[in-house]
Write a protein that binds this ligand. Structure first.
Ligand code: NDP
Ligand code: GDR
Length: 349
């Protein structure tokens, strides 16, 4: 039985990857952080009591800023595959906590790589690199050869992690890959990322639980895919004959405005836009109510205007394909959040 070690197992991607690896017969070990409230909500449905004989999912306390915990876990678990998904993953927040973001997102990666090196483990390493590396548009679509131009402390930290992964591959012949993943979403997406923020708010507005949704830059364009499809690409990278770096994307781009229009339309609230810039409003043309307003707090000191990835290499060399279309993703997220809002309404009595 193969053993995998996942950092960031409690996050969106960690939960889907754990499901995938368990379905493939792996024993899965995940690192979790000590938290004052439960942070395992996304994996509770697959977690079994460790005292049960046939459990294959094990959780261990540790932290990406604590090399001793990482080294201990590597020595004890001796995994065949390591997926480094742990991160302070919010781009806007990285401007507020730049040093912490570098500590976890940049140095966290080298702590694991050095841990592998020191313990002499024969293990394959996946680094969660990001389309944020492309930042300011140099060319579209963005592919493996497109130069990086990071635009946030998050992206700068991820650039270090990208290059240190490449460096350990070249220096020590380590099987270490970068997945340059474009935005991927799901009903398990963190609630402060724009897609989930929109689906959650629209559903609550529909049921009268909230009046208005406040957003930042509506013109930003992203290549949005489904997280469940993307973890398959991570796994395929570690099964390949040689370690390499791959773009994982859909090859389509849509604006925040367009995403919002589809979500509100699905809930029977077709949007009309009025005004410009910070005074722009989204009106539900069915009721005439203002349901979206702009709050400049959500603007970023430096924005990434357009992401559009070319996944040709992943398709050709890994046989990876997008399975979920953009409209299917919007529907899946909107419907899931509508059900959640209905439950919230019932709980209110
Ligand atoms: P999430 O924010 O949902 O999950 C992040 C995970 O990292 C959580 O499990 C979190 O734990 C953990 N974590 C945070 N800080 C630490 C720390 N100091 N030590 C250990 N673990 C920590 O992210 P996603 O699942 O969306 O993304 C997974 C990875 O992929 C991240 O590295 C992200 O930067 C990267 N990425 C994501 C993309 C996307 O569109 N989703 C695209 C490209 C890259 P806790 O639950 O306790 O907070
Ligand atoms: P991103 O995702 O920064 O691309 O990083 P996010 O959903 O936060 O923003 C996407 C775009 O939407 C604009 N935007 C808003 N964003 C948020 N969060 N909240 C708002 O109210 C809002 N209004 C408009 C943003 O300005 C931006 O242009 C995600 C993360 O998962 C990273 O970890 C990952 O590396 C990249 O995707 C690829």
């Amino acid at each position: 039985m193969k053993k995998a070690f996942i950092t960031g197992i409690t996050g969106q991607d960690g939960s889907y990857l754990t499901e995938l690896l368990l379905s493939k017969g792996y024993e899965v070990h995940g690192m979790i952080r000590r938290s004052s409230s439960f942070n395992t909500g996304r994996i509770n449905h697959i977690y079994r009591d460790p005292h049960e004989a046939d459990t294959r999912l094990f959780l261990h306390y540790g932290d990406l800023n604590d090399a001793s915990s990482i080294n201990r876990l590597l020595r004890e678990i001796r995994p065949e595959e390591i997926y480094n998904l742990g991160a302070q993953s919010h781009v806007r927040v990285s401007f507020d906590v730049p040093e912490y973001t570098a500590e976890i997102d940049a140095l966290g990666a080298v702590r694991i790589l050095e841990g592998i090196q020191e313990t002499g483990l024969d293990t394959r390493f996946y680094q969660a690199s990001s389309s944020e590396l492309y930042g300011k548009v140099v060319e579209t679509p963005q592919k493996e050869t497109t130069p990086f131009y990071p635009r946030s402390p998050y992206a700068c930290a991820k650039a270090y992690a990208f290059y240190i992964t490449l460096n350990y591959r070249e220096s020590y012949n380590m099987f270490a890959c970068n997945g340059i993943l474009f935005n991927h979403e799901s009903p398990r997406r963190g609630e402060t990322f724009v897609t989930r923020k929109i689906t959650r708010a629209a559903a609550r507005i529909k049921l009268g639980l909230q009046d208005c949704l406040y957003l930042g830059n509506l013109d930003a364009k992203r290549d949005w895919g489904f997280a469940g499809d993307y973890v398959e690409a991570m796994w395929r990278m570690l099964q390949a004959d040689k370690a390499d770096d791959y773009v994982v994307a859909t090859g389509e781009t849509h604006s925040v405005r367009e995403f919002a229009e589809l979500v509100f339309a699905r809930l029977g609230m077709p949007l009309e836009w009025q005004g410009h810039g910070e005074a722009e409003k989204g009106i539900d043309s069915a009721s005439g109510k203002t349901v979206i307003e702009i709050d400049p707090r959500y603007f970023r000191p430096a924005e990434v205007d357009l992401l559009l990835g070319d996944p040709a290499k992943a398709r050709r060399e890994l046989g990876w394909e997008v399975k979920t279309s953009f409209p299917q993703l919007v529907e899946m997220m909107t419907d899931a959040d509508f059900k959640l809002a209905e439950r919230e309404l019932r709980a209110k009595g």
